[in-house]
Design a binder for this molecule. Structure first.
Ligand SMILES: [Zn+2]
Length: 286
C-alpha cells in the first residue's frame, strides 16, 4: 500500500475524464461527493479536522472526533474494530456484478472523510496506482468476456457500495527491497465471515496458481485488516455489509522478482484475480 498522503477535493467530472483510459468503469458509479466528516485510519485520528454535514449520508457516526493526542482516541477508533452484526449475503439473482478497486487511483480526488489516504508504493518506473489500475482493467476485460459486469473503481468507493464481490487491488512496497510475494485479507470485522474466508481462500489458491508467487501472510497489516473501504460504520464511501470483500497485495513493486510479474507479465496476475472471481461467484449459492 505504500506511504505518503494526499488531501484533495472530489471531482467526479475529473474521474469521468480519467475513465477514458478505462473501458469498463461505469461512470454512474462514480459518486457525487459533498463535505463529510474528517478522515480516519484505524488506531489513530489522522487529521483531527472539523466535521461537516453531508445530507446524502446519515451514517450514525460517533462524532465528535477526538483531537490528536487525546487519550480517548484509541478507544474511539477501537470501536470500529468490533465485528459487524451478521448480515445476509448480498447475492441478488441475475447478472453478477463485481467491483475491482484500483488502489490509490485518483487518491487526490477523495472526499474529505477519506482526506488522508496514502499514495502508495512505487518501483520499476511505475507508481503503484498505475500498476493497480492496469491489473484491475485487465482482469475486468477478462471478467466482462465471461458475462460478468465489472466496475473498476478509484480510491473513492461509491457510497454504501453493493456488488456480488468487492476486491481492492494493491501492490506492496518494502524499503529493504528484500520482501516478495502476495497476500490477501478480508475485513477483521466482517459481516459475512464465512463468505469472506471463502473469497480469501479462493484468491490465495488461484493467484498462486496463475503467478507462481509465494504467499507473504506474515506481513498482512492492520491497514489490510481494517482497510478504509471496508469500514461501513465510519465512512459513507465504503462497501456495504453483506458484500463479500477482500484486499489483495499482488506483490512488491520494490522486488525485482515481483516486478517481473506485475510489470513484465501483468496478464498472469490479472488472470489470477479473474479466475478467483469466477470461481468464487460460481461457488456461491444463487
Ligand atoms: Zn497500496
Amino acid at each position: 500500500m505504500g506511504s505518503g498522503k494526499a488531501l484533495g477535493l472530489a471531482r467526479p467530472v475529473a474521474a469521468l475524464v480519467a475513465c477514458l483510459v478505462c473501458p469498463v468503469l461505469l461512470l454512474s458509479q462514480v459518486p457525487r461527493v459533498d463535505a463529510l466528516t474528517a478522515p480516519a485510519a484505524p488506531g489513530s485520528d489522522p487529521s483531527g479536522t472539523a466535521a461537516a454535514a453531508d445530507d446524502s449520508c446519515d451514517l450514525p457516526r460517533p462524532d465528535p472526533l477526538p483531537t490528536p493526542g487525546d487519550p480517548a482516541a484509541r478507544d474511539f477508533w477501537q470501536a470500529f474494530r468490533l465485528p459487524l452484526p451478521p448480515t445476509p449475503l448480498w447475492d441478488p439473482p441475475g447478472v453478477k456484478h463485481v467491483g475491482l478497486q484500483a488502489g490509490h487511483w485518483l487518491t487526490e480526488q477523495v472526499p474529505p472523510e477519506l482526506g488522508r489516504l496514502q499514495q502508495g508504493s512505487s518501483g520499476g518506473g511505475k507508481q503503484e496506482w498505475e500498476v493497480n489500475l492496469d491489473l484491475a482493467t485487465r482482469a475486468a476485460v477478462m471478467l466482462t468476456a465471461r458475462g460478468i459486469d465489472v466496475d473498476v473503481l478509484p480510491a473513492t468507493v461509491p457510497q454504501n457500495y453493493h456488488a456480488h464481490l468487492f476486491l481492492a487491488i494493491h501492490a506492496d512496497g518494502d524499503s529493504s527491497g528484500n520482501l516478495h510475494g502476495f497476500k490477501v485479507a478480508r475485513p477483521a470485522f466482517s459481516s459475512v465471515p464465512d463468505a469472506d474466508d471463502h473469497l480469501v481462500d479462493t484468491l490465495n489458491r488461484d493467484y498462486a496458481l496463475a503467478t507462481g508467487l509465494p504467499r507473504d501472510d506474515e506481513h498482512i497489516s492492520r491497514r489490510m485488516l481494517y482497510y478504509y473501504a471496508f469500514n461501513s460504520r465510519r465512512y459513507c464511501h465504503a462497501v456495504a455489509p453483506g458484500v463479500p470483500q477482500a484486499v489483495i497485495e499482488t506483490g512488491f513493486l520494490t522486488s525485482a522478482i515481483d516486478r517481473q510479474l506485475l510489470i513484465g507479465d501483468p496478464d498472469s496476475a490479472a488472470r489470477g484475480i479473474a479466475s478467483a472471481v469466477v470461481d468464487f461467484l460460481a461457488s456461491e449459492p444463487s
